[in-house]
Design a protein around this ligand. Structure first.
Ligand SMILES: O=P(O)(O)O[C@H]1O[C@H](CO)[C@@H](O)[C@H]1O
Ligand SMILES: [Mn+2]
Ligand SMILES: [Mn+2]
Length: 414
């Protein structure tokens, strides 16, 4: 058996009961995108109601309805279902990318991360001093909460002129560093991030993120695919690590290896953009042996559309993603299982530029997988627990398997 595990980064399907803790009551990434499309408010580069027929057949509309009480506008109430679907709630304390991925892989993060809360003068002086000293910097810019593209427009030129890196953060437990690839240098940025990783450990920060960019001036700055995330390792063995230790293959495509701090990954494939991520995923499906997990993170939904509050862009991305699904479905072997899910929401119609606390879809398809509802799941860890059961790995303390696999490879709703 192989599991093809595709993460549509930030594709939430409706606020969770605890969303008020985050100011996210009423958020609904998929629901609001579909509504805007149906109202003709997302006609840039595409037109009209949201068209995602293959995701619909996998149950995404019904999962959104189960989570939010409403079917996304334009989607069918009775699609010709080809899989089992659920809506899952996050148990982890944060709504960040690593927490979401780790919980999906069986390991929720119940402790709190450290956060840099203040909107300006954000970072502790001791941290800033240590970075300037250890990295031999002429100073720094930023030191605030910001959207990563807005801050380039504001400070990118000053950065080029002074050589001072741009430090910023968000509602997530992150320390982000933006530097120009040519004037500052990519290797220097990565080296600076390594130092920062050591320095932010004492603040219990989940990730340092290198945010390299290119371009001559504020109007033309563009972030590149050389983004690099330095995460702390997951707090306990994930299903990836368990399978790798049992001799299986774990293929990371895109950001997955970074998100898991390389733990439990046996092969890393880099790719940038929805098209290249799909190409790499389909190629890996041809080459990867039995007893393996292929896991891909489709970051564009989050990074290019969700955080940018770009509804039309998000809709366009979803329609493109959907158009690549048939090739994936026909590449599935007899006992392969395809899982589509997300790590948190990032509603592009929501105020600000941060993630939103939402249910995520869990869409499971395979030749042996029954069709129907798997209900509302109280933790994303139900996904990791299921995969562990399928591969006959030791069970997790969190989560309940959603579908049980018998010795003969037959699946049954648990
Ligand atoms: O605004 P940009 O730089 O895309 O950053 C976003 O990406 C980070 C990682 O997901 C989030 O914490 C958010 O700050
Ligand atoms: Mn994410
Ligand atoms: Mn994000």
């Amino acid at each position: 058996m192989r599991v093809i595990f595709l993460i549509m980064d930030s594709l939430g399907i409706g606020a969770t009961p605890d969303a008020h803790r985050f100011g996210d009551q009423g958020a609904n990434t998929l629901g609001h995108i579909a509504a805007w499309c149906a109202e003709g408010k997302a006609d840039v580069g595409r037109q009209g109601p949201l068209r995602i027929p293959h995701l619909e057949q996998l149950g995404i509309g019904l999962a959104c309805q189960a989570a939010s009480g409403a079917l996304p506008a334009g989607l069918s109430a009775s699609p010709a279902l080809i899989g089992a679907y659920a809506a899952a709630r996050e148990q982890s304390s944060g709504k960040d990318t690593p927490s979401g991925h780790w919980e999906l892989a069986g390991v929720p993060v119940l402790s709190d991360w450290g956060y840099f809360d203040k909107p300006t003068d954000t970072f502790p002086p001791a941290l800033l001093d240590a970075l300037v000293k250890r990295a031999g910097l002429p100073g720094y810019l930023g030191n605030c909460h910001a959207s990563g593209t807005t801050i380039l427009e504001e400070l990118g030129e000053a950065h080029m002129a002074t050589g001072k890196p741009i430090f910023y953060t968000s509602a997530d437990s992150v320390f982000q560093i933006a530097c120009h690839e040519d004037t500052f240098g990519l290797d220097r940025l990565y080296a600076l991030c390594e130092i920062a990783r050591e320095e932010v450990d004492r603040y219990n920060i989940c990730r340092v993120i290198a945010r390299p960019f290119v371009g001559q001036d504020a109007k033309h700055f563009k972030r590149t695919g050389n983004r690099h995330d330095l995460a702390v390792p997951p707090p306990a063995p994930t299903v990836l690590q368990k399978l790798a230790e049992a001799g299986g293959q774990v293929v990371s495509i895109g950001k997955i290896a970074d998100i898991f701090a390389q733990v439990g990954i046996t092969q890393t494939i880099k790719a940038t953009g929805l098209d290249a991520l799909w190409d790499a995923t389909l190629a890996a499906m041809q080459q990867t042996p039995d007893h393996s997990i292929i896991m891909t993170n489709f970051v564009d939904f989050d990074q290019n559309y969700g955080h940018r509050r770009d509804v039309a862009g998000y809709a366009n991305g979803l329609e493109y993603f959907d158009s690549r699904l048939p090739a994936c479905l026909t590449s599935l072997r007899e006992d392969d299982v395809l899982i589509l899910s997300a790590d948190h929401g990032c509603d592009p119609t929501w105020p600000g530029s941060d993630h939103t606390r939402e249910h995520v879809p869990v869409l499971i398809h395979g030749k042996q997988i029954p069709t129907g509802s798997l209900g509302i799941r109280n933790t994303f860890a139900d996904v990791g627990q299921s995969i562990a059961q399928w591969f006959d790995l030791a069970p997790f303390t969190d989560g309940h398997a959603m579908l049980m696999r018998s010795q003969t490879g037959h699946f049954q709703i648990a």
